[in-house]
Design a binder for this molecule. Structure first.
Ligand code: ROI
Length: 164
């Protein structure tokens, strides 16, 4: 079993409901268990500004699915929840990204591990620091230190997530 961090984001069709539904779908995957989920964070869109604010969260899974099988499963959940690509860096009903897969490093066409943008995205780092403050990201350092290095942040936690 590996410990895997997933980033969740939505800014269409009831974002809180989308994230809740995706967390349940993740917990229901074969050989997989949801261990922790952060609160929901409201964030300004990275990319075109003429789209709604996002809700973001991060969760921790334990899984026996290998990375590309897990990626297939995440993409199936995205399709299931009606994700359609509207434009580059545009609005979406649900986005699921593998942030970390244990300490695995990988650079393939479909998947880069750790996720390239973790350290640059406040809407990933803040929820990650909430659930695992002592976590070290290979090559990048400790999550808490990366959070301190953020210049400004427009990411605001919503009410506590009581689901997990
Ligand atoms: N912006 C925010 N704030 N949160 C996201 O999850 C997010 N996801 C994306 C793009 C469109 C790049 N911007 C985002 O894919």
């Amino acid at each position: 079993m590996e410990k895997v961090y997933i980033g969740l984001g939505s800014n269409l069709d009831n974002p809180a409901g989308q994230i809740e539904k995706a967390l349940q779908a993740l917990d229901a995957l074969p050989e997989t268990r949801l261990l922790k989920a952060s609160r929901l964070y409201s964030s300004k869109p990275l990319g075109p500004q003429d789209q709604p604010d996002f809700l973001n969260a991060v969760c921790l899974l334990e899984t026996a699915l290998p990375p590309l099988k897990l990626l297939d499963a995440l993409q199936a959940i995205e399709r299931e929840q009606g994700r359609v690509k509207k434009r580059h860096w545009g609005e979406r009903s649900i986005d699921l990204d593998i942030l970390l897969y244990g300490r695995m490093r990988m650079d393939s066409e479909r998947l880069t591990l750790p996720h390239k943008e973790i350290a640059n995205r406040d809407f990933v780092l803040l929820p990650l620091a909430e659930i695992s403050p002592g976590l070290t990201i290979p090559e990048q350092g400790q999550v808490e230190n990366l959070v301190e290095r953020l210049e400004t942040t427009f990411v605001v936690p919503m009410e506590a997530n009581t689901q997990v």
